[in-house]
Design a protein around this ligand. Structure first.
Ligand code: MG
Length: 385
C-alpha cells in the first residue's frame, strides 16, 4: 500500500465479518484510517468500536444514539439508509467494506460505485439481486470489486489473465449434513443446522450452508464477478475447507488457493489488495499436518438448492432476486421453528416456479420483486405452519 493510510468505511461493522475486519485493521496498525462505521441495532458494540477506532461518522439503525448522548465530540451520528447513502457518497473513502447482510447492502454499494470508490464485497445479495447492474456500473466508473467471500477471494487470487481461464471450480464444505441421510436432514433441529463443522458465521449463512443454498448463491456471485457462463462454473465438495476454490486454465492446468479456514485472511486480502501483509496470520501452513484433502461430487438430490440456483442463474433477470428473497424468508421461518429444514428448498422452489421473470429489471423493479416475493413467501408459510 502507498505510504499514506488507506481510508476505509465499514458497512456492517457489528456483524461477524465487520468485527473480524476491525481485528484485521487493528493488527495492521497504522495502515488504515476509518472514516465511518455503520452497524445495525447493536448500539453498545458500535459505541465500543467508535471509542476504539475513532471514525468521523457512525451510522446506526436504532433510534438512539443521537448526538450528545455521550458519544464524544467530533463524531457525526447518522441513521438508517440515508446515513448509509451519505457514507457511501463520501469520496474521502478509498475503499468501502460492505459487510452487512441482506438487501440493505445493495443501494449503498451502488452509490459507492457511482462515486468511484472501490468495494470490498462481503454482501451476497448485492450480486445475487442485481449483479448485472452492479458490474456494469463498476465497469463504467472504473471501480474494483474485490470479493471477501473465501471462495471468490480464492478465485481472485488464482486468476492472472482471465482470458486464459476456462473454468471456475468452487469448493463447498458440505455443511453439517454432508454424510447424514436425507431423513436426518428433514428432521434436523435449528441447533443441528447451526453446528457448522468448519466455519463460524452468522445464523442465516450457516443455515444456507446446511442446505447448500450458500453455494448456490456463490455460483451466481461468481458468474457476475468473473463473467463466466454457468456451465463454466463447477462445484466440488471438499469437507476440510483447505482448498478455498480453484480455476482451470484452457490447457487443463489447475491453480487452487489453499489456507486454513479463517475469514480474517480473505478480509485482509480484500481491503489491502493489491498488496499483502503478514497482518493477522496466525500460523504457517503445513501440508504434512493437514495430511489429506478429500473431494466429492455434490449430491443434488440431497442438496437440490444448488440445482435451483443454476436454473435461476441461467434464467437471469429477476429470477435470482426471487430465489434469494424466498430463501431468506424460509430460513427465518426455519430459525423461528415454523418449518423444517427441507421445507426451505420446497418453499423457495415453489416461489421460483411461480415467478414471472423480468428480463432487464431496474433497481426499483428488483426491490419491488423482493418485497412481493417476501410477502408471498410469508403468506404461504403461514398456511402450512
Ligand atoms: Mg463462502
Amino acid at each position: 500500500m502507498e505510504n499514506k493510510k488507506r481510508k476505509i468505511s465499514i458497512i456492517g461493522s457489528t456483524g461477524s465479518i465487520g468485527r473480524q475486519a476491525l481485528e484485521v485493521i487493528e493488527k495492521l496498525g497504522d495502515k488504515f484510517e476509518i472514516i465511518a462505521l455503520a452497524g445495525g441495532n447493536n448500539v453498545e458494540l458500535l459505541k465500543k468500536q467508535a471509542e476504539k477506532f475513532k471514525p468521523e461518522y457512525i451510522c446506526s439503525n436504532a433510534p438512539s444514539p443521537r448526538a450528545g448522548e455521550g458519544w464524544g465530540e467530533g463524531l457525526t451520528i447518522l441513521h438508517g439508509s440515508e446515513g448509509l447513502e451519505q457514507i457511501c457518497s463520501n469520496k474521502e473513502n478509498d475503499i468501502i467494506l460492505v459487510a452487512c447482510s441482506g438487501k440493505i447492502g445493495l443501494k449503498p454499494t451502488l452509490t459507492a460505485i457511482k462515486n468511484g470508490i472501490d468495494i470490498a464485497l462481503a454482501n451476497k445479495e448485492t450480486l445475487v439481486m442485481a449483479g448485472d447492474i452492479v458490474m456494469k456500473e463498476a465497469k463504467k466508473h472504473g471501480v474494483k470489486i474485490i470479493p471477501v467471500d473465501s471462495e471468490h477471494c480464492a478465485i481472485h487470487q488464482c486468476i492472472k489473465d482471465i482470458k486464459q481461464v476456462d473454468k471456475l471450480i468452487i469448493t463447498a464444505s458440505g455443511g453439517p449434513f454432508l454424510h447424514k441421510s436425507i431423513e436426518d436432514m428433514k428432521n434436523a433441529t435449528v441447533e443441528q443446522a447451526l453446528a457448522h463443522p468448519r466455519w463460524n458465521m452468522g445464523k442465516k449463512i450457516t443455515v444456507d450452508s446446511a442446505t447448500l443454498m450458500n453455494k448456490g448463491l456463490e455460483i451466481i456471485e461468481a458468474h457476475h464477478l468473473f463473467g463466466f457462463d454457468y456451465d463454466k462454473i463447477d462445484v466440488v465438495v471438499h469437507p476440510q475447507s483447505i482448498v478455498h476454490s480453484a480455476i482451470e486454465y484452457v490447457d487443463g492446468s489447475v491453480i487452487a488457493q489453499l489456507g486454513l479456514p479463517s475469514m480474517h485472511i480473505p478480509i485482509q486480502y480484500a481491503i489491502t489488495y493489491p498488496e499483502r501483509f503478514e497482518g493477522i496470520k496466525s500460523k504457517s501452513f503445513s501440508f504434512s499436518e493437514i495430511a489429506r484433502l478429500d473431494f466429492e461430487k455434490p449430491d443434488f438430490e440431497k442438496f437440490p438448492t444448488v440445482k435451483l440456483a443454476y436454473e435461476m442463474g441461467r434464467l437471469g433477470g429477476t429470477a435470482t432476486a426471487c430465489m434469494n428473497a424466498a430463501n431468506e424468508e424460509a430460513v427465518f421461518a426455519f430459525l423461528n421453528g415454523k418449518i423444517k429444514l427441507f421445507d426451505i428448498y420446497e418453499i423457495t422452489k415453489k416461489m421460483c416456479d411461480e415467478h414471472e421473470v423480468i428480463e432487464n429489471p431496474t433497481i426499483d423493479e428488483i426491490f419491488a420483486i423482493d418485497t412481493k416475493v417476501r410477502e408471498k413467501t410469508k403468506e404461504y408459510i403461514s398456511t402450512i405452519s
